[in-house]
Ligand binder design. Structure first.
Ligand code: SF4
Length: 352
């Protein structure tokens, strides 16, 4: 009896691709050395053949004939030498798809020729999700990201020049308690130099089995507490806004909030995404890892909106959370719960 071919799916996708058809192009991560990341540590990297992928596409089409978006995984589809042919096959299989998106490593974007990126764009790849994580040389080195800020900036520039929508991830808390200011300031500088369409903030959660978790246990890395993380986000967005508006960077003095309006809740703006030709950046940070509770009440649920248009609302929400965190004794976030060994609570809440 002939065996039925098995459909392979990528194990991870961005939250914004929850409704997308998932197509596995590679397995694992070819780099796999970032010290904070546990996504593919147990998986040997490999590239899937075009025929295998086409067989998957036929099954996916049969299962989801109404699909409006397609996401390509795993961590960095751009390493696949046949990616333009794969994207064309996706486009033929799902001609109605409004977008085809992929994770990509910035280093891969940086080293790929502009012609390759252009071919991908013309084949139908529309959006790239990439982890900047930080714009700080010190932080990037500490976490073995494998790229310098200048090259990361060059990679973003190339993706934008090829016409992709770009979604960049920044990891709050990645500088720990000592490098948070450099992390915030230097990340703002990179983002302002080459503004992406979307900025997605996530917060570092130390996971057992990762080198950064081991560094924390050995006393070599001190995590940022929730209050420090809020101040880091405030500084990042204040500096980013100033740079986008051509203003001098004037970070708030330590211990002060320049926009304090206690009691304001986090803004949620619902309007059309920024015009790609403008310098507006859509901030999306309502991820569970960003949440903060004080005395059992949620005081911060992340922020959403556009920079520079929504800056006052965004900074007001951060100020309110900072005031609440300062005035509370028991402040917790998913990162501190995980460090306390309360991982099951996070799984139950869908954080991991
Ligand atoms: S963060 Fe991305 S590039 Fe780094 S090891 Fe994880 S999947 Fe690979």
């Amino acid at each position: 009896m002939d065996s039925v071919p098995a459909l392979e799916l990528p194990p991870y996708r961005p939250p914004s691709e929850a409704a997308s058809v998932l197509v596995r192009v590679t397995r694992g991560c070819a780099w796999n050395r970032c010290r904070f990341c546990g996504m593919y540590k147990d998986l040997r990297f490999s590239i899937r053949g075009l025929e295998e992928i086409e067989a998957d596409l036929a099954m996916l089409r049969a299962a989801w004939p109404e699909a409006h978006s397609v996401f390509l995984g795993d961590s960095d589809s751009l390493v696949h030498p046949q990616l333009p042919a794969i994207v064309r096959a996706v486009r033929r299989t799902f001609p109605e798809a409004e977008r085809i998106t992929s994770y990509a490593r910035l280093h891969t974007l940086w080293r790929r020729p502009a012609e390759f990126l252009q071919e991908l764009r013309e084949a139908g790849l529309t959006r790239i999700h990439a982890g900047l994580e930080s714009g700080s040389q010190v932080v990037l080195e500490q976490v073995a990201k494998g790229i310098e800020p200048e090259r990361a900036q060059g990679a973003v520039q190339k993706a934008l020049a090829a016409g992709f929508d770009l979604s960049l991830y920044v990891l709050s808390g990645l500088g720990g308690s000592t490098a948070w200011e450099a992390h915030a300031r230097e990340t703002a500088a990179v983002l302002a130099a080459v503004p992406p369409h979307f900025l997605r903030l996530r917060t570092l959660v130390l996971l057992p089995g990762t080198p950064l978790f081991d560094a924390w246990q050995a006393g070599e890395f001190e995590p940022a507490d929730p209050l420090t993380r809020l101040r880091e986000t405030q500084l990042l967005l204040t500096e980013l806004n100033a740079r986008l508006n051509g203003l001098p960077c004037t970070p708030p003095a330590a211990g002060e909030e320049s926009h304090a309006r206690a009691g304001r809740s986090a803004p949620t703006r619902h309007r059309e995404p920024a015009d790609p030709a403008s310098r507006e950046i859509e901030i999306c940070s309502d991820h569970f890892s960003n949440y903060i509770w004080a005395n059992g009440e949620m005081i911060y649920g992340g922020i959403n909106g556009f920079l520079p248009g929504d800056v006052e609302l965004i900074l007001a929400a951060l100020d309110a959370a900072i005031v609440a965190a300062r005035n509370s004794h028991q402040v917790q976030d998913p990162a501190s719960l995980a460090r306390a060994g309360r991982m099951t609570e996070l799984y139950r809440a869908g954080a991991l």
